[in-house]
Design a protein around this ligand. Sequence first.
Ligand SMILES: C[S@@+](CC[C@H](N)C(=O)[O-])C[C@H]1O[C@@H](n2cnc3c(N)ncnc32)[C@H](O)[C@@H]1O
Length: 290
Amino acid sequence: MSNVIIFGAGLYGHKYALDCLQKGDNILYFVDNDSAKHGTACTLEPAGGGAEMSFNILHPNALLKTEFDKVVVATHTGFNEVVAQLLEQGIAPHKIDRSYTEHNVWARKVFLQNFATLAKERNLEGNCAEVGVYRGDFARHINASFPEKILYLMDTFEGFAAIDLQNENKGAQNIGAGHFANTSVELVLSKMPHVQRCVVRKGWFPDTARGLEDERFCFVSLDTDLHDPILAGLEFFYPRLVNGGVILVDDYFSTGYVGVKQAVDCFAAKMRISVAPIGDNGGVILIKRG
Ligand SMILES: C[S@@+](CC[C@H](N)C(=O)[O-])C[C@H]1O[C@@H](n2cnc3c(N)ncnc32)[C@H](O)[C@@H]1O
């Protein structure tokens, strides 16, 4: 039996923790970089019944004072930065279990690269956009995969907007406005391999789509976590996709951000289109009919 600490007390932290329990691991506690979660608890309902289990959520410094066998990196957003943070803290590399998340992040990147290859073969016109850029970790792969296309980088760069939380469930509302504010335009641009092709649209989406009504798109990533900007993104971008173009929506399978699936299903039903998972344990795509 391994003594395990889970890094990331969000959706994936819950999922991976349940897997650890099923494997017979002993979870010591969770750690998270979000100070709002420190001192609170993470509650798990083991698969197949059994009593609820509750685990403390602590500051990552707690790792330095604990004997453990592995720390499971259970956050997709900022995955590389969390691994770097652990190494900087002096955690031995063999104790950092990145396998769960690495597979998913890798699957998403390979999907994007394969789609870029097809788009080139088929001479798909139109540009790229991401709504929900945060620190630019997926956007840099979009920029690398489509070096000739403009990439619109759309984010408040100040985290969730209060107005978008009004229609969310308690869980998302508790996360609060301003979540994901620890970023900046400069940081994001510094990660872009073809920065001259990037156009920053800072502010609340859909306001930031104003002026792009005549633009056409080939690849769009919607990663805002919340129902309203996801629905607004589908409504704005789908009519402007070229035939064969794709919208990727992250977190469709999230059990925390349930508004994402609701928005996608509502839009897909209205437009009579299908969605398909991309194998990264989170996202689905919508393809524009030819
Ligand atoms: C999960 S993060 C995006 C992660 C990012 N795609 C990555 O690769 O790491 C969600 C982002 O959506 C942004 N966001 C949420 N609602 C928004 C809105 N209505 N307008 C603009 N940005 C929004 C937040 O500010 C946050 O940066």
